[in-house]
Unconditional design. Structure first.
Lengths: 600, 317
């Protein structure tokens, strides 16, 4: 009897457990999808990585495609880690030979282009992806990452230019498939930064059969191995990213480097990547609209537009009522610089004569960087005089600039070198001719403010200001032709290494991106020496000399680096601003209570 | 007008339209090459070499002689195929037709409401000319016209959408019903606040011109009701300038309402055209200009035919 009762009890317990389990399954199945709502400040331009040039598109491609390497989510300064690669590459022959081993079992997202049910990524896909950058038909804006680097690849591109056809079938000497998962990339010269090139989102690996199936419209058919795949797409308005069903099992595991990170680790450790079911991207070009949407809770993450910083912040902190709502503020200095340059080939300002150098240095000394930060950046920038910004390898936090704001010294310099004031109060050339500075800016309202700040600066030292207004494409073209006299420009890190910034003044880059058209044999020799060195104190010392020489010769004045302020709603978990990765959505989660429609 | 006369009229107008279109095509081509900027420097990327820029120019056909480029443009106009966008690689025809939908969803109701409401108010104040109502509407119209659309948008979006939450701050969906009932309501309302005032003043003056005519006095003498006089006799005679005004607004539908689209994140053709100009995306600029020119020519023709229909005394010559 006792035994039968026991069996019945066990049976009831089993049924109850089964029922409870079933209920849990149903509840889980009915759990509302987690959706992250994000605004893009400009419309996407299509999703073929090789054709990508803008940051918003790159942010989306970061989730759709995977490159060989990427950057650790939490480590600062940014640190390279494997993504499609199973481990960091073996770098041999003094940085000339890079051997990558791919992870096994990485599958492309499902697509009709594939004949097999699941298509695995192999080293042939990586070779094909790299070759596409050099195909003239793709006119890739990021071709420079491979230009002149891989043995045999430039010659293949040259042949394509001549014949009108890029040969993808004949092997390239510098791109050797060692086996299905191993690849050796042989470079023409030592390049310790090649790993950074392999971490760019536009280096996301694609499959040849997909590109060939959708030839002519590849930008509409992104098929990658990333954590998300493209869902509904209303061009220029709304982009839906859904979990890629073929994405491998990956868990959130990053090491905290500070106290704030430890909260993220506690929140996220061990969660699947990705945890959010859907990313809802909305193109919102107008900052007011994005700002108000975030305030209403319609957006989950928002970079504070500069003009709204005074409304959102109290000093360096988020305003009190928003803090009370649980909204979080992430602040970090962007890996970019704003710098003034003077065209060294300009007939009035250029040249290495002592009077010309003095004039250029006086101009730079008259610029009040604090005013620029206050007026232009609404306080959201730091004074950074070094050509390499914080967070980028090679940055020198102890650098002391010679060109800090000092109008008294600027006036003394001009007086000493014979730039006398005329009857109208403006200075003339030492020989007596008219001296006027043509300052080039764009056509926006912000550019008008730039003009006003510069006019005020030059008035301080009696130099006549003339505004040179041009459309942005015209500015770029004129810069390349060394026709701009004087301008405030900017550079954002493509990768977090000092070389990406120092190359801006390299002589052979004149008519490319050396906008100051600066050609100095000593400077070039020192710069070339940095290319043979990895990130090291020796290289830093050379960078220091290069930076100082730019100031001494009055070539450039590095002014500021912007501060990025990003807000996240209280229900967003695991968020941290990354200085290089254009998007981090796969590393985030949404509080389940919020996803279920309740407050967190 | 006899049928042969009408055929001659249409033939003549079509010939004029063709010549005008040719002029527009030539003007766009000259302007782009003169002040349009060099798209190749932007498209080649920020670290492009001179060789890369030359390659982009070659791929886009910008290295061809100007005469050949112009002939290619003409060929595109004839075929109605402008190739693909230089910036996004999307077919221009796809861009145009997919972005036109949102613009029309916004602007057609706006144009319709603007016309009907303006006409209704204009009839009302014309009937009570000089009354406090007339004076009040004139003052309100003048004030409304003096305020920029930008102010309406910024203030309206802040108070009506953000503070009071009556509307979404911005957004668009792929459902026409959702757009008309949810996302387009506030932009249409704000658009109306700007566009209705000048129309009311214009239509009022058209109606007053007719109210003073002899035929109105005769109609009154015959004992017709004021309502009939106003709705049938006055309105019919004022219809020609009103139709002209409405038709003049039609080609604008093709270029969208940039500010409304920009602030309310509506993926319309206005926003696309502005982006195309910023990016020197010539294929899209070409297509839009030609389509707008065509629409203008066609609406002019339609206008002439409508005049004839509204007033048989009008001769089409």
């Amino acid at each position: 009897m006792k035994g039968r009762l026991g069996i019945r009890i066990r049976s009831i317990v089993r049924r109850s457990m089964l029922g409870y389990g079933l209920m849990l399954c149903l509840v889980a199945a009915a759990a509302p999808p987690k959706v992250l709502h994000v605004a893009l400040g400009s419309a996407e331009t299509g999703f073929d990585p090789v054709m990508t040039s803008d940051l918003n598109t790159a942010a989306i491609e970061q989730q759709l495609f995977e490159s060989l390497l990427t950057y650790d989510y939490l480590a600062r300064p940014a640190k390279l880690v494997p993504r499609l690669a199973a481990a960091m590459p073996e770098v041999q022959e003094g940085g000339k030979l890079w051997i990558f081993t791919l992870k096994r079992g990485v599958w492309f997202a499902p697509d009709a282009a594939f004949t097999e049910p699941r298509r695995e990524v192999t080293s042939a896909d990586v070779v094909y992806t790299l070759m596409r950058f050099m195909d003239p038909k793709n006119r890739s804006p990021y071709k420079f990452l491979l230009d002149g680097k891989i043995v045999g690849l430039d010659e293949r591109a040259e042949m394509a230019r001549r014949t009108g056809h890029f040969d993808y079938d004949t092997p390239v000497a510098g791109l050797q498939m060692l086996d299905r998962y191993r690849l050796a990339i042989r470079l023409k010269a030592t390049d310790y930064n090649f790993g950074h090139a392999m971490a760019q989102p536009m280096m996301g690996v694609v499959a040849r059969e997909v590109i060939e199936k959708y030839a002519g419209d590849t930008a509409s058919h992104p098929v990658g191995t990333g954590p998300y795949r493209l869902g509904r797409w209303m061009r220029g308005a709304r982009i839906q990213l859904l979990k890629n069903p073929n994405f491998r099992q990956e868990r959130w595991h990053f090491t905290a480097t500070n106290e704030q990170d430890q909260r993220l680790v506690r929140e996220m450790e061990g969660k699947p990547i990705p945890s959010i079911d859907e990313i809802d991207l909305q193109v919102v070009e107008e900052p007011q609209s994005a700002w108000l949407s975030f305030g209403k809770g319609e957006l989950d993450i928002l970079g504070i537009p500069a003009q709204f910083a005074p409304l959102a912040l109290e000093g360096d902190r988020l305003r009190g009522d928003w803090r009370a709502r649980g909204i979080r503020l992430e602040r970090s200095v962007d890996p970019s610089i704003a710098y003034y340059f003077i065209n060294q080939e300009d007939p009035v300002l250029g040249g290495q004569g002592a009077d010309k150098v003095a004039l250029r240095r006086a101009i730079f000394l008259a610029i009040d960087d604090a005013e620029m930060i206050r007026v232009m950046a609404k306080g959201q920038a730091i004074r950074n005089a070094y050509p390499i910004p914080p967070g980028v390898a090679g940055y020198d936090p102890g650098y002391r600039s010679l060109l800090n704001f000092n109008p008294w010294l600027a006036n003394r310099l001009l007086d000493a070198y014979g730039y006398r004031r005329g009857r109208d109060g403006y200075r003339q050339l030492p020989g007596g001719g008219e001296l006027a500075l043509h300052y080039t800016t764009g056509l926006s309202s912000q550019d008008r403010e730039l003009d006003e700040v510069m006019k005020k600066s030059l008035d301080r030292i009696g130099l006549r200001f003339i505004s040179d207004k041009r459309k942005f494409p015209d500015i770029i073209r004129a810069e390349r032709q060394c026709l701009i006299q004087f301008r405030l420009s900017g550079w954002v890190a493509d990768y977090p290494d000092g070389d990406n910034f120092m190359q801006l003044w390299y002589g052979p880059h004149t008519h490319e991106n050396n906008a100051s058209c600066y050609r100095d044999a000593t400077w070039d020799r020192l710069y070339e020496a940095t290319l043979t060195l990895p990130d090291s104190p020796q290289r830093d010392a050379l960078y220091h000399r290069l930076a100082r020489r730019l100031e001494l010769q009055g070539v450039t004045k590095v002014s500021t680096s912007p501060v990025r302020n990003v807000l996240s709603q209280p229900w967003v978990m695991g968020f941290k601003v990354h200085p290089i990765l254009p998007s981090v959505w796969a590393y985030l989660d949404i509080a389940a209570e919020h996803a279920a429609g309740r407050a967190p | 007008m006899t049928h042969p006369g009408m055929a001659m009229f249409l033939l003549r107008r079509l010939l004029h339209a063709l010549l005008t279109l040719l002029g527009v095509v030539f003007l766009v081509f000259v302007l782009f090459n003169w002040v349009g900027g060099d798209p190749a420097t932007l498209l080649a990327g920020k670290m492009a070499s001179a060789e890369d820029i030359a390659n982009v120019r070659h791929q886009l056909g910008l290295d061809l002689p100007l005469g050949s480029q112009f002939l290619l443009f003409l060929e595109q106009v004839v075929r109605g195929d402008y190739g693909e966008s230089w910036a996004t690689h999307e077919r221009v025809s796809t861009i145009f037709w997919t972005r036109l939908g949102p613009s029309l969803t916004l602007l057609l109701p706006l144009l319709l409401l603007q016309t009907l409401l303006s006409l209704a108010v204009a009839l009302l104040v014309a009937a009570w000319r000089g009354s406090w109502l007339d004076q009040g509407v004139r003052v309100v119209s003048t004030v409304a016209m003096s305020i920029s659309l930008l102010v309406y948008i910024i203030v309206g979006q802040y108070w009506l959408a953000y503070v009071w939450g009556w509307f979404p701050v911005k957004g668009w969906s792929d459902s026409l019903g959702t757009n008309l009932s949810t996302y387009a309501v506030l932009p249409i309302l704000l658009g109306l606040m700007v566009s209705i005032a000048p129309s009311v003043r214009l239509y009022r003056s058209f109606l007053l011109d007719e109210i003073d005519q002899d035929f109105v006095r005769t109609a009154r003498a015959k004992g017709l009701s004021e309502t009939r006089i106003l709705w049938v006799h006055v309105l019919r005679n004022a219809a020609i300038p009103i139709v002209t005004d409405v038709l003049m607004g039609l080609p604008g539908l093709l270029t969208g309402a940039f500010l409304l689209e920009h602030f309310f994140a509506i993926p319309g053709i206005g926003r696309e055209v502005i982006m195309a100009v910023e990016r020197s995306d010539f294929p899209l600029i070409k297509a839009t200009t030609v389509y707008v020119a065509l629409a203008t020519l066609l609406t002019n023709l339609l206008g002439d035919l409508l005049y004839r229909w509204l007033d048989p005394r009008v001769r089409l010559e």
